[in-house]
Design a protein around this ligand. Sequence first.
Ligand code: NAD
Length: 477
Amino acid sequence: MTRYANYIDGEWLDGPTFSRNVNPSDVDDVVGEYSQADVQQTARAIQAARKAFASWSLSTPQQRFDVLDRAGTAILARKEELGRLLAREEGKTLPEAIGEAGRAGQIFKFFAGEALRLGGEIVQSVRPGVTVEVTREPLGVIGMITPWNFPIAIPAWKIAPALAYGNCVVIKPADLVPGSAWELVKIIAEAGAPAGVINLVMGRGSVIGEALVNSPDVDAISFTGSVSTGRSIAAKCVASGKKVQLEMGGKNPMVVLDDADLNVAVEACVNGAFFSTGQRCTASSRLIVTEGIHDRFVEAVKARLKTLKIGDALAPDTQIGPVVDERQLAQDERYIAIAREEGGTVFGGERVAASTNGFFLAPALITDTTPTMRINREEVFGPVASVIKVKDYEAALATANDTDFGLSAGICTTSLKYATHFKRHAQVGMVMVNTATAGVDYHVPFGGRKGSSYGAREQGSYAREFYTTVKTAYANA
Ligand code: NAD
């Protein structure tokens, strides 16, 4: 069994214990044993990052471009192998996993360019003889805490901008999927990041995550995960004066209007709700459908779901991989049972036997639901979507916005009037017309409103809002 160490100050160091990384498609397949860091190792990683910051923060944009560009090239060259590892540890289908690995490579290429593009402003002063410059500087040491559902893309979209703008990083990946982050950190080290600039500490959130959040030597925390963990991290960061950014859950609506192209609507909804086993923060878990198209839409979605092949993420014909683990599978089943008790009608949602011993669940479509049911208010985070029948566009928009979350929202319509109105009035960070609520570009901002996000946006050039601090300099000539 291969063992994988933490990466601290340019060295691979075993932690006191190891944790098994198990394939959710086949629990008999162990990907490897990954070191579990302790609080002392985490403190060492933070100190290494502090020390490295002195020179990395003053490195030239060309030096930072070179490291990120080489890392991007290596990720893209190895995307098939990295995708295979990702599919094995997380359960995305192989094409989805290779796509995610490729995305990580593109993100590094984009932020290599951003290192060169970071500019400032020269502004006329209101006082004679005085000039004003507005520039951006790196923050310092960034602690990163990431979830299990995008094991390489989320670490990439946090690490790449942090390094591009001159910060140093200590990252703690999700305990369920350390393998992809481990490979990513190795690639960045081999691309020439100096010792201490990037550090990896694997282990439990309640130990390693807390150590990062509580350390006075960490300047900022970038977190993606659940609302409850995010909120408690934010409270601690505010109390200690750390900059913090949270990306959390969703209960994303997809509106389907009577005038929608039925095929477009079915594909957008099936993709958005069920691909990647529904384990996306942007998944369309509420399908809000006007009454004129409702019955035809529901029948067409059911027919499409019957064609989907569920099974081993690595098998070439699989379209829906496993749920990530036993605990998440139990949570999905619990919500399906709750929806049934609340009066919903459940299609699918049963366990599926496959050729391997994994956590396979048939996609569940729940009809006859109302906006107040728990199934329409709480995030399930699995292949489960509900349908809410509404009278017209106005009711659909009101229902879409009737949620504590605000990450992504979509509408399927052929009406320019409704599409335009929805883009303006959906209370979310990302809005989609005739395309799935999940699936975004990497060069534009990502994030939401309300309970879904807190702090500056991630990705694209907007990432600089989090990873830099602004300085205003006055000079009297
Ligand atoms: P989680 O909150 O359980 O864990 C996220 C990370 O936080 C993990 O690395 C975990 O170890 C760590 N953690 C746990 N307790 C901690 C503590 N007390 N202090 C510090 N760190 C701690 O979430 P998860 O189950 O890994 O991921 C699923 C959630 O992530 C879903 O709610 C999903 O919507 C959300 N998510 C959001 C986005 C987004 O961008 N909005 C993207 C992907 C996933």
